[in-house]
Design a binder for this molecule. Structure first.
Ligand SMILES: Nc1ncnc2c1ncn2[C@@H]1O[C@H](COP(=O)(O)OP(=O)(O)OP(=O)(O)O)[C@@H](O)[C@H]1O
Length: 553
């Protein structure tokens, strides 16, 4: 992996005092397990030997002591290796598993006005791109902490009429708190004099990158490796369903790896709240390759769609491509709906059984539809201790690489749009479409998990160094997929774009649409007054080939 363009973070504090050129640590320099650390300040080198349980916090305090300052708040690698840079902001992290010989430089405290404005963050590099977002690695100026900043252009959102989607992602992200789900730190919006507005989500940073990236490198996972990641996804999904949220977009691109090797489910763009457990949604959405039969037939889908998503995910983790994959989407859809899935010979009987039951074409018979425990109790999970797993007491198969980037150059070589990071903060007034978006959740940690949330650093290997001879099938790995949402079928789209006041005047009118799939979802919260509004609505829906009839109640 080549070097990525790194924006030099400003270190203004270091210019007017003696300069800490770098700290050179040699974690495994001596046989007796001590760590040699050279502090190179101006032309003086001070060498110490510490025992190998020395922490990042101790290293930082030593650097401050030698520099006669207290403004060093973190350390960073000269090469900008994300995993290490992330760990170098974690004061409790011991240096024992750091690579041998490391050249570090200090990160200095900078004052900020507020955590909810873009000027409080230094952009470092692009790490990902989504359908309508760019994700950058950023460093908070006053704490030195690294975050992922997901930036979305308001103009795009408005043009593509996705305001509701974004607000729903915001609402769900701000509610959830689970060890295997990405945590929202804060969010805010910005504006330039030219009125180009951006929305920013500041998210917990996952230095391990996408599971998809690692799957691509390996070709496929062994059953033990897959079981670990998959079981953590199962727990994240169980939590979402318990909290009445259906995810609808399970795929390896949306599973990120934290620095400790545990997963974080991310991208809640298609997630929705479902109030009743038997409630159906009618929006046609997802990623074509992971679509369930009920989504393709557009007859409404419930939480069982996520069990199908689990089946597709497990199949892909174990084979390298999604089930029923075909370059021709129509043919793939036909296969998903009608064909029986064939499994490679190397897959265990138990895995075949679990996947077959998750991919049951009849969602009512699908494993999980009666109770989530049906999935957790399946024999393929017999080696999983769910409680230990939840409390991160089970060792991950790999620790994300500490010696190279876990992000594709496809993204890291992209230039950062600096103008995005120099915009002014925009605080919308009540009534603005994006009013609900602004918020801060910084420092929110679920009490429920407490101590057990602490990562248990285990040295069980490194994704880049694992011998994968037996599992790699080059060229077979599946390419990146895109999530989509068909606006013509999205209840929220219709709510958002028809601009009719939500009044409940008497007599109430219930709305019926043809095709009938929309009736249920609209009639519950779409009560209108008759006459001019009715006509306007009829006209707008006709353009979308939807017919409207009214009945009084
Ligand atoms: N917290 C994070 N830490 C590390 N990388 C991240 C983080 N959040 C997002 N990314 C990277 O950025 C990519 C795009 O992010 P995300 O999927 O949230 O965007 P999106 O616009 O919603 O995408 P999509 O069009 O697939 O729905 C991710 O696939 C991942 O590689």
């Amino acid at each position: 992996m080549g070097q990525s363009p790194i924006i030099p973070e400003s270190n203004s504090k270091s210019t007017n005092r003696q300069r800490l050129k770098h700290i050179r640590i040699k974690p495994h320099a001596n046989q007796n397990g001590t760590i040699r650390i050279n502090f190179s300040i101006d032309s003086n080198i001070t060498t110490y030997n510490f025992d190998n349980l020395v922490t990042v916090g101790f290293l930082i305090s030593e650097a401050n002591r030698l520099m006669k300052t207290d403004s060093i708040i973190a350390l960073k690698t000269l090469e900008g290796i994300e995993t290490l840079d992330y760990l170098l902001t974690n004061y409790e992290k011991t240096l024992d598993h750091f690579p041998n010989i490391l050249n570090l430089s200090p990160v200095f405290y900078e004052k900020i006005e507020s955590e909810i404005e873009i000027q409080s963050y230094h952009p470092i590099k692009v790490i990902g791109k989504g359908g309508f977002s760019q994700v950058s690695l950023v460093r908070q100026k006053n704490t030195g902490k690294l975050y992922a900043c997901k930036t979305v252009s308001k103009a795009n959102i408005l043009k593509q009429k996705k305001v509701f989607l974004l607000l729903s992602e915001h609402k769900i992200l701000s509610k959830v708190s689970h060890p295997f789900i990405i945590q929202l730190h804060s969010c805010f919006q910005t504006v330039t004099f030219m009125q180009i507005n951006y929305l920013h989500f500041i998210l917990e940073f996952c230095p391990g990158g996408e599971l998809f990236y690692h799957l691509g490198n390996l070709g496929k996972f062994t059953e033990d490796q897959a079981r670990f990641y998959f079981a953590e996804v199962v727990l994240a999904l169980e939590y979402l369903h318990e909290n009445k949220i259906v995810f609808r977009d399970l795929k390896p691109e949306n599973i990120l790896l934290a620095s400790d090797g545990h997963i974080k489910l991310s991208d809640f763009g298609l997630a929705r709240e479902i109030i009743r457990s038997d409630e159906k949604r009618y929006t046609y959405c997802g990623s074509a390759e992971y679509m369930s039969p009920e989504m393709i037939s557009r007859n409404g889908h419930g939480k069982e769609i996520d069990y199908y998503g689990l089946g597709s995910l497990l199949f892909e983790l174990l084979t390298g491509s999604p089930p029923f994959y075909d370059e021709n989407t129509e043919r793939m859809f036909w296969k998903i709906q009608h064909e029986e899935l064939s499994f490679p010979k190397y897959m265990s009987e138990d895995a075949v059984d679990l996947i077959s039951r998750l991919l049951d074409k009849n969602e009512k018979k699908r494993i999980g539809s009666k109770s989530f425990n049906e999935i957790k109790d399946h024999i393929w999970f017999s080696t999983i201790h769910w409680k230990r797993l939840l409390h991160k007491k089970t060792s991950p198969p790999f620790i994300p690489s500490m010696s190279m980037s876990n992000f594709s150059e496809e993204f890291t070589l992209l230039p950062i749009e600096m103008q995005v990071f120099s915009e002014d903060t925009w605080r919308p007034c009540e009534g603005d479409k994006f009013f609900e978006f602004d918020n801060i959740y910084a420092g929110r940690v679920s009490d429920e998990w407490g101590e057990n949330m602490r990562p248990s650093y285990v040295s069980s290997g490194d994704l880049s160094t694992v011998n994968t001879n037996s599992s790699i099938q080059h060229g077979q790995t599946f390419s990146r997929t895109e999530s989509f949402l068909d606006m013509n079928t999205d209840e929220s789209f219709i709510n958002e774009n028809i601009n009719l006041p939500r009044v409940s005047l008497s007599p109430r009118i219930h709305l019926h649409l043809n095709p009938p799939m929309l009736i249920e979802s609209l009639s519950s919260d779409f009560l209108l007054e008759a006459s001019p509004m009715k006509l306007a609505l009829q006209q707008k829906l006709r353009k979308k080939n939807l017919n409207l009839t009214f009945t009084s109640k």
